[in-house]
Design a protein around this ligand. Structure first.
Ligand SMILES: Cc1cc2nc3c(=O)[nH]c(=O)nc-3n(C[C@H](O)[C@H](O)[C@H](O)COP(=O)(O)OP(=O)(O)OC[C@H]3O[C@@H](n4cnc5c(N)ncnc54)[C@H](O)[C@@H]3O)c2cc1C
Length: 375
């Protein structure tokens, strides 16, 4: 019997556990370890901040969901991994001490490196946890005039909630408020021009932003936040009345010092999702070193590839499933300017860009289906 340990209860960990349970049946032990007993559907956090749903609508209990799939769930913090003895150190939680494994799947997401932007922790709202979204929602309700600055710090790699927040804010104040009482500015560290590296996508976004009188300020790599302004290292400053920023991301703390990460702490993997230079260890989701934005659908796809390859290895075969890196996302504008993008990141094929109200509906339906299927 093989003992498979999955670390992290987000999109990557849940899909890996579910796929392995289906592939392997009862014969093997599958264990999911995560610090929180809940799965959070992050793409809904913008709607949570704007009061369109409640925390219980966008989460489910991991232990119950895993029990249904005959996967053991342990709520615990992962402190360190010892690949040489195939053990994971859990300093506190339901199990203290060392947990052995035969195969390991890392799905620990990314760390919020707020310390890289002076004043971020004290002054900025973010949308990366339920608590953060609720706090931002409270600030939104008290915001009646002035400049709202919404954006990404260098290294944030998550543009979707930035645009969705700006569009939702614009809808809140239209018609009448925008331009008169309220000004909305998106700041981005990227150079001007090609958002998502695609001309059609950049054009679609530009039209949608113009439609809502949203300013777009590229080349604005924020390094300091005060109680009234954000500034960059090259001396640009803008004042704000409401601020929501995504902080820099880095790889998860539990894998540092193992020699398996790049210089931002992301785990180096092959296209099979196997960790480079280590046997029987795979990694999926936001914690891996692939280029481009970090998205839930990528985590899910990578988890399926990793799970299939672990199952092959257990059967004594070579891992032969390969991941193909692509972006598939919808930016929900709330109406006919919603944008769908599908683009390969490892090929030269042109991107598919579609626009219309249908994509708002499709995103909502997909989210409801996902939560119902897995909870
Ligand atoms: C506001 C917002 C909107 C988004 N919108 C979209 C969208 O529209 N489309 C899209 O595709 N993606 C979207 N994303 C991105 C998507 O949510 C992430 O890419 C996805 O969650 C990554 O999944 P993951 O499993 O790799 O990591 P995570 O979901 O971050 O899961 C990591 C898990 O590991 C656990 N963990 C971490 N460290 C430890 C430790 N030391 N010990 C124990 N447990 C630990 C965490 O508690 C968590 O359960 C959005 C994200 C946010 C925040």
């Amino acid at each position: 019997m093989a003992n498979i340990l999955i670390l992290g209860g987000g999109f990557g960990g849940v899909i890996a556990a579910e796929t392995l349970a289906k592939e392997l049946g009862h014969e093997h032990q599958i264990t999911l370890v995560s610090r929180s007993p809940k799965f959070i559907f992050y793409p809904e956090l913008v709607r949570l901040a704007f009061g369109k749903c409640e925390p219980e609508d966008i989460s489910f209990d991991l232990r119950e969901a895993m029990l249904d799939r005959r996967v053991r769930f342990i709520q615990a913090e992962v402190a360190r991994i010892k690949p040489e003895s195939r053990r994971v150190i859990l300093p506190h939680g339901e199990v203290d001490g060392e947990l052995p494994y035969d195969y390991l799947i890392l799905a620990l997401g990314r760390r919020l490196a707020t310390e890289r932007v002076t004043g971020f922790f004290e002054h900025s709202h973010h949308l990366l946890t339920v608590e953060g979204a609720l706090k931002f929602g409270h600030a939104l309700r008290n915001f009646h005039e002035g400049r709202a600055v919404i954006g990404q710090c260098p290294g944030a790699r998550l543009p979707v909630p930035v645009y969705e927040t700006a569009f939702a804010l614009a809808r809140l104040f239209a018609p009448g408020g925008l331009g008169e009482r309220v000004r909305i500015t998106i700041v981005s560290p990227d150079p001007p021009g090609l958002q998502f590296d695609d001309l059609n996508m950049a054009r679609a976004l530009r039209t949608a932003l113009d439609e809502h009188y949203i300013e777009y300020l590229p080349d604005f790599p924020i390094d300091t936040v005060t109680s009234e302004a954000v500034s960059t290292s090259n001396g640009h400053v803008i004042n704000y009345s409401l601020l929501m920023l995504l902080p820099p991301f880095r790889g998860p703390g539990a894998v540092t010092g193992l020699g398996i990460t790049d210089n931002e702490g992301y785990v180096n993997v092959h296209r099979t999702m196997r960790v480079q230079g280590v046997e029987r260890m795979y990694a999926v989701g936001d914690c891996v070193n692939f280029s481009g934005p970090k998205l839930g659908h990528m985590a899910a796809h990578q988890a399926k590839v990793a799970a299939a390859n672990v199952a092959l290895e257990i059967k004594g075969l070579e891992p032969l499933q390969f991941y193909d890196h692509e972006i598939m996302l919808t930016i929900d504008e709330g109406g006919q300017e919603s944008i769908y993008l599908h683009k390969g990141l490892w090929d030269d094929e042109p991107a598919i860009v579609r626009q219309g109200r249908f994509w708002t509906w499709a995103k909502r339906v997909h989210e409801k289906y996902w939560l119902a299927k897995h909870s």
